[in-house]
Write a protein that binds this ligand. Structure first.
Ligand SMILES: Cc1ncc(COP(=O)(O)O)c(C=O)c1O
Length: 381
């Protein structure tokens, strides 16, 4: 079996360092915030080329607090991509603002800046570009439009640790950048975690208060805050892992190059890395019209795959109240119907990749195609 991700292989590689870091926290009995969190905030902010890092309990909280710190609330509109993990949109909803969608670039899967200006209304306050799969959104035009139209840019970099656009780090381009350290992420905790990075001293101060009950000093609550603190155990683990992140990212990029070579000339296209972008391949996304059959066929050959994501957010029942219908964001809908994620992790071997692509080619060979019963590609079908 070739797994979709392999967290165990990574743990075994760093076990002695991680175990010692965990023991250090246990010995200190400082379990939330504290020196480990502060050290990790500094190190991760520096990694993103930013002045401040504010550790929080999840990436969702990072997004939520960024919007609150920017003063966003009921009556406001926030623009984002409909092709993202639901958390991006949930965070907008939490503030009371209305999520407004702009369709994706069908090649890059990220918000298409060409549609941004038309979506702006007098109520628009912010835009959240999502660096989906580890590919940075096309930030130059997004930042230019945002500056001209006075919108706050909050990057959803939850899948994009170390990604770059024109040499600028993901999370280092907008007013605030938000990260998730969910275990399967490129930089993953052994539990939950998140961070906001920023260069703005006031925003950092506000974010710090919001994550810890809005307190300026102990028990002096100046904001209606939250319990979104980052745990010290997670920070300690993340500090160990951060030291390896560049090497792991290069290993992912190397694996992506290998997949590209193996797929060349076949019916399946490799994902596109935008020019001047550093894609960090959190997800290695291919497309197939008969996705479920292909996924089942691969599973039968011992290849585990994923789908990110089967529904664009505007077609999810939870957000039906936004009033969208099929065809409103066609590129997102087609991507949701066709995307298939191949195994991708730093420890993935060349042999395993060859087996994945051999299985793919076997299943999509011209003689076999008719054996694969067409699947419903239309959403909601
Ligand atoms: C694009 C995106 N945004 C937001 C999140 C939310 O992060 P978390 O799961 O840490 O709350 C995730 C990860 O799950 C994500 O992939």
């Amino acid at each position: 079996m070739i797994p979709f991700v392999d967290l165990r292989a990574q743990y075994l590689d760093i076990k002695s360092e991680v175990d010692a870091a965990i023991q250090g926290v246990l010995d200190s009995c400082q379990f939330t915030l504290g020196p480990e969190v502060e050290a990790f905030e500094e190190e991760f902010a520096a990694f993103c080329g930013r002045r401040y890092g504010v550790g929080v309990n999840t990436g969702t909280s990072a997004l939520h607090l960024s919007l609150l710190a920017a003063g966003i609330g009921p009556g406001d509109e926030v623009i984002t991509s409909p092709f993202t993990f639901v958390a991006t949109v949930a965070a907008i909803h939490y503030t009371g603002a209305r999520p407004v969608f702009v369709d994706i670039d069908p090649q890059a899967y990220t918000l298409d800046p060409a549609g941004l200006e038309a979506a702006i209304t007098p109520r628009t306050r912010a835009v959240i570009p999502v660096h989906l799969y580890g590919q940075p959104a096309d930030m130059t035009p997004i930042l230019e439009i945002a500056r001209r139209r006075r919108l706050v840019v909050v990057e959803d970099a939850c899948q994009a640790h170390g990604a770059e656009d024109h040499g600028r780090r993901a999370g280092g381009m907008g007013e605030m950048g938000c990260f998730s350290f969910y275990p399967g992420k490129n930089l993953g905790a052994y539990g939950e975690g998140g961070m906001v990075v920023t260069d703005d001293t006031n925003l950092a101060h506000t974010l710090r208060m919001f994550r810890d009950w809005g307190a300026e000093t102990k028990y002096h609550h100046v904001l209606k805050g939250y319990n979104y603190r980052l745990e010290s155990l997670q920070a300690a683990v993340l500090r160990v892992k951060l030291r390896r992140l560049e090497a792991w990212t290069e290993a992912r990029r190397q694996a992506a190059r290998r997949y590209g070579e193996l797929l060349e000339g076949g019916p399946i296209a490799a994902p596109v890395e935008r020019r001047d972008a550093r894609h960090v391949y959190h997800v290695y996304a291919i497309r197939a019209e008969r996705r479920s059959q292909l996924q089942a066929g691969l599973a039968a050959r011992g290849v585990q795959t994923g789908v990110h994501y089967p529904f664009p957010v505007h077609r999810l029942p939870a957000y039906a109240d936004l009033g969208h219908g099929p065809g409103d964001f066609p590129h997102a809908e087609v991507a949701a119907a066709q995307e298939l994620s191949l195994p991708m992790y730093p420890e993935l071997s060349g042999d395993a990749q060859a087996r994945v692509v051999e299985a793919l080619h076997d299943l999509t060979a011209p003689g076999r195609r008719d054996d694969i019963v067409p699947t419903a590609t239309a959403l909601g079908a």
